[in-house]
Design a protein around this ligand. Structure first.
Ligand code: PLP
Length: 426
């Protein structure tokens, strides 16, 4: 017991000293792109993944309330016992029809869906190849599953091709995100699908940040790229405004995951009222095109205002990284933005690579052009302030070493030798 206590205290202290401790901060979300923080300050929230602005929408709230009136609160059991209801079945059918797959399996989070997919599918001797910037849930599952995991350079098709087994008959799964959570860029899905096809590898796409936002009627990154992966993971905590996830696949794979995916078999099903609300969210995503149109307008507005600034990164998605490089600079920028009335998260290593600390600005359909313009003005002003440039990074060096070591430990099963880190998600 003493050893655990000592180790826990030591690691907390190291993190604290490195300036990398994170705090839980209770906030109240409003339905106009703002939140109220602990100090009762109203801030414009540019850190949410609620891209379509559904999380606080009265129509969706009403749907969930109706779901509770119809089905009660909890599901009471795992899906294969008595936790599966007509609301779950309807949602699965609706997802299949909308996204063009034979089966959809529901999970309580994207994290567990990704773990279920990799633990369920991969066996010893199989090959798993992931984009190096994939989310922590995929990387962690990949390093813990029975297969040999390799990573290919971000969006680098030639490197992926080198990694793909040539002649042998090993089952091989390639995994990429559709939209990368920390960079907002899009996977080269058409090229990836094509090399997978040539090498008889399966392709899985985690479209947590693309579903609802991209493609006709919000059908996501794969539909927008004109491809159909073998497996599609969609999560409900972002554009759907709720939480949970689904794996979409063919009938056989769905039957297999229903039997063998442990996160499905041994975990309480999401509440039926939530499944009911999710079905309503799907309808809102399909029919309320104005939300995606608004996002596109805000995208343009942000680009017009910020594209000349150092640190600006052009993206076609609502995720707008603004790179400061050093941890001190980004922390200071985030603090100054807060003083100016904006909540913008600072993302630091090990969530992103060393020297790429950034603001992760996210736009939502709840923002107004005026809010985006005001944020841009603050970014411009910050760029002009010399105080940020003069800030020293020295105190953060040791932290980088600690986190790099953690990352290496997590990836110890990886065969490729590289400098890569594990990404957390938002
Ligand atoms: C790409 C990606 N996949 C999976 C997840 C995990 O999803 P969830 O938050 O539903 O657990 C995230 C979370 O941010 C993510 O960004």
């Amino acid at each position: 017991m003493v050893m655990f206590s000592q180790r826990i205290s030591q690691q907390l202290q190291q993190r604290q000293q490195a300036g990398l401790s994170r705090q839980l901060q209770p906030v109240t979300q409003l339905n106009n792109g703002e939140l109220i923080d602990q100090q009762q300050q109203r801030l414009v929230n540019f850190s949410s993944n609620d891209y379509l602005g559904l999380a606080q929408d009265p129509e969706l709230q009403q749907a969930w309330q109706l779901g509770i009136a119809k089905f009660g609160c909890g599901s009471g059991a795992s899906p294969l016992v008595t936790g599966f209801s007509s609301a779950h079945a309807d949602l699965e059918a609706q997802l299949c029809e909308w996204l063009g797959f034979e089966r959809a399996i529901l999970f309580s989070s994207g994290f567990s869906a990704n773990q279920a997919m990799l633990f369920g599918l991969m066996q010893a001797g199989d090959v798993l190849i992931q984009d190096k910037l994939n989310h922590a849930s995929l990387m962690e599952a990949g390093s813990l599953c029975a297969a040999e995991m390799q990573r290919f350079k971000h969006n680098d098709i030639a490197h992926l091709e080198q990694r793909l087994p040539s002649q042998d008959n090993k089952p091989c799964l390639v995994v990429t995100e559709g939209v990368f959570s920390m960079d907002g860029d899009q996977a080269r899905l058409s090229a990836i699908e094509s090399v997978c096809h040539q090498h008889q590898a399966w392709l899985a796409v985690d479209d947590a940040h693309g579903i609802g936002v991209l493609g006709d009627n919000g059908t996501g990154s794969c539909a927008a790229a004109g491809i159909k992966p073998n497996i599609l993971v969609v999560t409900f905590g972002k554009a759907f405004g709720l939480s949970g996830a689904a794996i979409l696949c063919d009938r056989n794979t769905g039957d297999y995951l229903t039997q063998f995916a442990r996160h499905h078999v041994y975990s309480t099903a999401i509440p039926p009222s939530q499944a009911y609300a999710l079905s309503h969210a799907v309808k809102m995503i399909q029919t309320q095109q104005w939300r995606r149109d608004k996002l596109n307008d805000l995208n343009e507005c942000y680009a017009d205002q910020c594209q000349k600034l150092a640190g600006y990164v052009a993206t076609k998605t609502p995720i707008k990284p603004f790179i400061y490089g050093s941890v001190n600079k980004v922390m200071l920028a985030s603090e100054k933005l807060k003083q100016a009335g904006f909540w913008v998260g600072a993302i630091r290593p090990p969530t992103v690579a060393q020297n790429s600390a950034r603001l992760r600005i996210t736009l939502t359909a709840n923002h107004s052009q005026a809010q985006v313009q005001q944020l841009a003005q603050c970014l411009i002003q910050l760029a002009q302030e010399r105080s940020i440039l003069q800030t020293s990074d020295m105190s953060f060096k040791s932290a980088a070493c600690i986190d790099a070591a953690c990352t290496d430990a997590l990836c110890s099963k990886e065969t490729a030798t590289n400098e890569l880190g594990i990404r957390g998600g938002m």
